[in-house]
Write a protein that binds this ligand. Sequence first.
Ligand code: PLP
Length: 360
Amino acid sequence: MARVFNFSAGPAALPEEVLQQAAEEMLDWHGAGMSVMEMSHRGKEFMGIAAQAEADLRELIGIPAHYKVLFLQGGASLQFEMVPINLLRGKPVADYIHTGEWAKKAIKAAKTFCNVNVAASSEDKGFTYAPAQSEWKLSKDAAYVHYTANETIGGVEFHWTPETGEVPLVCDMSSNILSRPIDVSKYGLIYAGAQKNIGPAGLTIVIVREDLVGKAVPTPPTMLDYKTHVEAESMYNTPPTYAIYIAGLVFQWLKRQGGLAAMEQKNIEKAKLLYDYLDSTEFYKNPVRKEDRSRMNVPFTLKDASLDEAFLKGAKERGLVQLKGHRSVGGMRASIYNAMPKEGVVALVDYMREFEQRHG
Ligand SMILES: *Cc1c(COP(=O)(O)O)cnc(C)c1O
C-alpha cells in the first residue's frame, strides 16, 4: 500500500494512526459487534464516544466550563448565518474584518440579517495581509466582531488575538483550529468545519459562551437556534456520528503528540521549511506579507505559469498530490495541517528544488 502526501486544503489528510485505528475498529467497535456507523446515536456506546470526544477537546484547548461545545452539521457556511441569527440580540449592526474569500462569504451572509460594518479590509493589497488592530474602525454599538483566523485560500493568518472589550469576538477558525494553543476566554464564539484540521467533512464544531445562547431572533427556526442544540447536547436530531468518532480519535492522537503547544512547534517548523525555501528563490513566489503568512495553507506561484501543469504532473509522480491552487487564485497551494508529517514538507521542498534546477 502506498500512501501519498496529500496537500489538499479540505477535506484534508488525516493522521495515518487514526485511519489505522478506525480500520481495526471498523467491523466490531470494542466488542459491540458492529461499526460505529451502525450504532444508535442514543445508545450507551455512541453516547460514550461523543462524551469522550467532547472531554478530550475541552482538555486539549482548555475550554472553560462556561463555554458550550456543540457538534453540528451544515459546515462553517451555516455558521455564517447562525452567528447573526443568534448573536445580534436586537442590535442593528455587526463588525466584520474582511481578509479574503471566506470573510467575504461570512459578510455576504450577515448582510441578510443586519448592517455589516466592514471595520477593516485588506482588499487594497489583494488580501495579502491581516489588518492591524490599530486600523480597525469598530462601531460603537456592534453586536459582535467577526474575523477569519486563517484565510484558507489566500494563506493569510492572524498570529495574534484581537481585543474587543465587552463586544463578543466571533471567529471562523475552520482552517487553523487545533494548530496552536488559543485562549478561549477571549472569544464569544468560535466555529470550525471539521474537514480541514479536525476530521471528516460533515461535522462542524461550535464553542460558544453560555450567556450568548438563547438570545436568537424572535421565533428562530428551531434547527438554527444554538439553544436547541445546547439543551439537547448536540443530539436534537441525528448527529454526524461517524465524523464525531473520527474527530475523537484525532483528539486522542493530538494528546499523544503532546497537545497543542507541541503541535504548534511542529507546525512552525514545517511552515518555516517551506517559506525559507520560497524566499531563497525567484522561481517561486508567495504573495503574503511575511508576518501574516499562514502556517496551514501556503499558496505559491511559479515564475512561468505555463510550467504549472508539468509541475503538478511531476509532483504526482512522486506521490505529492492536491497541490493545485484554488481556482480563484491559480498557481499552487500546499496545505500542511497537523496531519501532514514533516517528511511530506521535506519531500515537497526537495521536489520544488529539483524542478527549479530543471526549468529555472
Ligand atoms: C472551508 C472553509 C469554510 C467553509 O466550510 P464549509 O464546511 O464548506 O461550509 C469557511 N471558512 C473557512 C476559513 C474555510 O476554510
